[in-house]
Write a protein that binds this ligand. Structure first.
Ligand SMILES: Cc1cc2nc3c(=O)[nH]c(=O)nc-3n(C[C@H](O)[C@H](O)[C@H](O)COP(=O)(O)OP(=O)(O)OC[C@H]3O[C@@H](n4cnc5c(N)ncnc54)[C@H](O)[C@@H]3O)c2cc1C
Length: 501
């Protein structure tokens, strides 16, 4: 039971971050009597994109107690087994980043070493054949991982592709049912208490003044409280993640929705393809220093399968993060805290990470600087680890001849990432720093997908006889292919599980 020194929480913003925060806090503080208000402005609106997620979202929805089929029906969601990267490793190339591991260790030796040894002996089986979601995705199939799985080859994570606006609305209903109050008004002034500099109230265009003990800044790129008012600086990462524009447009669904998101390289960036039950989300993320908006618009429109449902919408951004996401009595979540571009669908997961940290360091007995510092330290760690995973994609790209891509390949990368990459190149070893958001399987999918060739591998992989190795690998492949063949195609699974209207 949480003790209450916080009587009132004010969430500024009613986008995905605002409603995730309000729902997460309403659940966390259930029965405590804490009042939660959300202030949003319909005249400003939300960013309205953010449709692809990673598996952490499943845990968040479960924490709230949402019914999965109902949530999927209401948000027109599809399942997501991973992201398919087309043309990133050269023209015509394609590989999936699945939310899973590859194979299983043999005699305690990580799988990639055994695979490399077999390859050296002439076996050209792609690593993807040893990963159930990769095989499912290749054949357009989907089934939920068995909850009581005893075979690690059948274990995998999954996520959703959903309509972000519908998701925010769904969470709003959830939060309002738990007493959260919402006000449609524009915040004109953030009022700071003299003495300690804490935010004490917000002046609204309705003439009201809303007081609070804790403020959650979900005001989007504006970062009204933590950025603008409390002046938490912004750390610019555009030298590593140079994309700064996106053109987004929805289109008609002209083929059954695939159980994965697609990312396809274009001249100065990459295009996303996110199939929902009722339409497709498309967008072109690019760098304005390498391509004009008009040209980018043409590129996007000529590479969309169904008819566009409207005009492409331009979004401008700068990649990076606030130096701290928690300052005094204000916590920034979502775009107000930072943005790394949508390449690996990390933003919603970062909102969740922020909510988790707010709960873990909840100021039930007052605001202590040591708690705030620790939350900020952990928050930064997650951001930096995700950032490095994204940078890896650009660094390893093999799209030769386009200035944007050539420059990305040539850029200097952060030391921690350079070390990771070097150790893999040296001996196929996967370095992991603490509890990283992207696990071994994710890193391996990148190394294998981009064709990174390690100079050697764990010498213990040679201790197994060639016959035993062959037999074990064949067994893994067969188990996976049999399991995949039993799964229905994704569209049929959706139909039976949660079909939207
Ligand atoms: C091009 C692009 C693609 C993306 N794709 C993905 C993806 O696939 N997956 C993913 O996880 N994330 C993605 N994201 C990120 C994702 O969209 C955001 O993380 C998510 O939507 C949360 O946004 P938000 O709630 O922080 O901000 P917003 O949606 O911008 O909401 C801000 C809220 O603050 C309110 N507000 C602002 N100023 C005031 C004021 N003065 N007074 C009152 N209210 C105010 C607004 O009205 C609004 O309600 C993408 C982002 C971009 C830019």
């Amino acid at each position: 039971m949480v003790q209450q020194s916080i009587k009132k929480i004010v969430v500024v913003g009613g986008g995905t971050a605002g409603w995730m925060a309000a729902s997460g806090l309403a659940k966390f503080l259930e029965g405590s009597g804490t009042r939660i208000d959300v202030i949003e402005s319909s005249s400003i609106g939300t960013v309205g994109v953010g449709e692809a997620t990673i598996p952490t979202i499943v845990g968040f929805n479960q924490y709230l107690g949402l019914d999965e089929p109902d949530f999927m029906r209401r948000t027109q969601a599809t399942f997501k087994l991973g992201i398919r990267f087309d043309d990133w490793a050269g023209p015509g190339s394609s590989f999936l980043h699945p939310f899973a591991n590859y194979g299983v260790p043999l005699n305690g030796i990580p799988f990639q070493n055994m695979w490399l040894r077999a390859r050296l002996a002439g076996d050209d089986t792609p690593m993807a054949d040893y990963c159930l979601p990769s095989v499912l995705a290749r054949t357009g199939r989907f089934a939920l991982p068995p909850p009581d799985n005893t075979n690690p080859l059948g274990e995998f994570g999954y996520a959703y592709q959903f309509d972000a606006t519908l998701y925010a609305g769904y969470l709003r209903e959830y939060a309002e049912r738990r007493g959260v109050q919402c006000k449609d008004a524009r915040v004109l002034e953030v009022n700071v208490r003299s003495g300690d500099g804490f935010v004490e109230s917000l002046s609204l265009d309705s003439g009201e003044c809303i007081e609070g003990d804790l403020f959650v800044d979900c005001s989007g790129f504006r970062s009204l409280l933590v950025g603008q008012c409390l002046e938490a600086g912004f750390e610019d990462w555009s030298h590593w993640l140079p994309a700064n524009r996106a053109l987004a447009v929805q289109s008609e669904l002209v083929e059954p929705p695939e159980p994965f998101t697609r990312s396809i390289t274009r001249e100065a960036g990459w295009q996303w393809h996110i199939p929902l039950q009722h339409r497709v989300g498309n967008g072109y993320v690019f760098c304005s220093e390498y391509q004009e908006e008009e040209q980018a618009r043409e590129t996007l429109l000529k590479n969309i399968a169904g008819n566009p449902l409207g005009e492409p919408r331009l979004l401008s951004f700068q990649t990076g993060m606030r130096e701290v996401f928690w300052k005094k009595n204000c916590v920034a979540l979502g775009l107000a805290a930072g943005f790394m571009e949508p390449l690996e669908s990390t933003s919603i997961a970062l909102i969740q990470a922020g909510i988790r940290l707010l709960q873990a360091f909840y100021p039930s007995h007052g605001f202590r600087q040591c708690d705030i510092d620790e939350a900020n330290r952990q928050g930064r760690e997650i951001y930096e680890q995700m950032r490095d995973f994204l940078i890896l994609h650009y660094k390893l790209n093999r799209r030769v001849g386009d200035a944007f891509w050539d420059d990305c390949r040539g850029m200097d990368i952060p030391d921690a990432l350079a070390h990771k990459l070097a150790v893999y190149q040296s001996r196929a070893y996967l370095v992991e720093y603490g509890t990283e958001p992207f696990k071994d399987g994710s890193w391996l999918s990148m190394y294998a997908g981009f064709g990174v060739e390690p100079e050697s591998f764990d010498s213990r992989a040679n201790h197994m006889s060639e016959t035993d190795l062959r037999k074990s690998l064949d067994q893994m492949k067969t188990i996976i292919s049999n399991a995949a063949n039993l799964a229905p195609v994704h569209a049929s699974f959706l139909q039976g599980y949660c079909q939207g209207k």
